[in-house]
Design a protein around this ligand. Structure first.
Ligand SMILES: Cc1cc2nc3c(=O)[nH]c(=O)nc-3n(C[C@H](O)[C@H](O)[C@H](O)COP(=O)(O)OP(=O)(O)OC[C@H]3O[C@@H](n4cnc5c(N)ncnc54)[C@H](O)[C@@H]3O)c2cc1C
Length: 325
């Protein structure tokens, strides 16, 4: 990162970018450690299209907006400011500071930046998938499998990534004995076929033309040659991307290949490869459920708080050494 002049704005202990499960939990942990925190969020949590958050201990399947509002009210008890704005850029300021600038032009100075900016899902390019996303088309059986257990289900692969579809169909077989893996034209190898057979999963390699739906509910999967397969829900493989390129622009290392491709690389504490920049939640671990993203962020926030304390102690010790005769 290049050095730049300080450019004003409030000086805070931590700026958190992303105010969803990870960002708000980090803000709560830091606020309760008597830190001054600003959270910037532009209101696009990954599960925005879902009507419920499942598998979150102590909460009986609330709407995402309800849980979000409760979390925002909770962090309001501490020295945490919530700003509804998108972060446009982050730049180095004085030696140990970063300047964070929002889209509407406001700036903050901070010693520590926590990226909790989450991921976007690129959906399989099949008509109907996007229309039903978050309802009868979902990705994660641990989130949405219980509600459709024992029903006729399909696992739709992502063309060009057949192994991912196989892996997900095997997982989905825990929830129903009627699972069809739709490879949408991809061929599978003999090992894949043997494992799917062992799990009781049927394979259909035909190209899928579209998902047919009525009043927002899935009716059938229609194949290119015209036949249709009735299903209660379709689980899909998605390809994930960072919601923002801030980490790349800052020079943070990313995972380049494999199931976690696009994740921001951190050490065990949550530090990225760039000094003063931390990351938590799905930004750095794409497979985390909502409660996992929050839990991870809490752990990172504890490490970040300790790191700031250590910096303060070292600065105080050096200052004391300088005045000692
Ligand atoms: C359809 C669907 C349904 C799901 N259902 C469940 C479920 O039932 N149970 C469950 O446990 N998990 C569920 N998940 C997974 C869950 O959504 C994620 O685990 C969780 O959202 C991750 O939280 P996060 O804080 O890491 O990221 P996110 O929730 O994605 O939050 C990232 C935040 O950062 C903000 N942001 C990004 N860039 C910027 C920027 N430059 N400036 C300001 N703000 C920015 C975004 O607006 C967003 O609010 C579901 C996912 C999907 C796709």
């Amino acid at each position: 990162m290049r050095d730049a002049e300080p450019s004003g704005g409030e000086d805070v202990d931590v700026v958190v970018i992303g105010g969803s499960f990870a960002g708000l939990q980090a803000a709560l942990t830091l606020g309760r450690a008597c830190r001054r925190v600003v959270v910037l969020d532009d209101g696009r949590p990954r599960n925005a299209r879902a009507s419920h958050v499942h598998n979150f201990l102590g909460h009986h399947d609330p709407a995402p907006a309800v849980l979000q509002e409760a979390a925002r009210t909770h962090v309001g008890d501490y020295d945490v400011s919530l700003e509804s704005d998108r972060v446009a850029r982050v730049e180095p300021a004085a030696t140990d500071r970063l300047t964070v600038t929002s889209q509407d032009g406001r700036t903050w100075q901070t010693r520590a930046l926590l990226l909790a900016t989450g991921l976007d899902d690129e959906l399989p390019d099949v008509p109907g998938v996007s229309d039903l996303w978050g309802e009868d088309v979902v990705a994660c059986p641990h989130c949405h499998g219980w509600e459709v257990r024992d029903e006729p289900l399909a696992q739709l692969g992502f063309r060009g990534m057949p192994a991912r579809g196989v892996e997900r169909a095997l997982l989905l077989s825990r929830w129903s004995q009627d699972v069809v893996l739709l490879t949408d034209g991809d061929e599978l190898d003999t090992t894949h076929h043997a494992r799917l057979r062992a799990a009781g999963v049927t394979v259909d390699t035909r190209r899928v033309r579209r998902l047919v739906h009525e009043d927002g509910r899935l009716q059938t999967v229609e194949f290119a040659e015209g036949t249709a397969l009735p299903r209660r829900a379709v689980f899909v493989v998605t390809r994930q991307h960072q919601q923002t390129d801030l980490a790349r622009l800052l020079g943070c290392d990313h995972v380049e290949d494999g199931p976690a491709a696009c994740a921001v690389v951190t050490d065990a504490k949550g530090r990225t490869s760039v000094r003063g920049v931390w990351a938590a939640g799905t930004t750095t671990q794409p497979a985390l459920l909502a409660i996992g993203a929050a839990g991870h962020a809490s752990t990172v926030a504890v490490a970040l708080n300790n790191d700031l304390l250590e910096q303060d102690l070292q600065a105080a010790t050096s200052a004391a050494d300088r005045v000692r005769p």
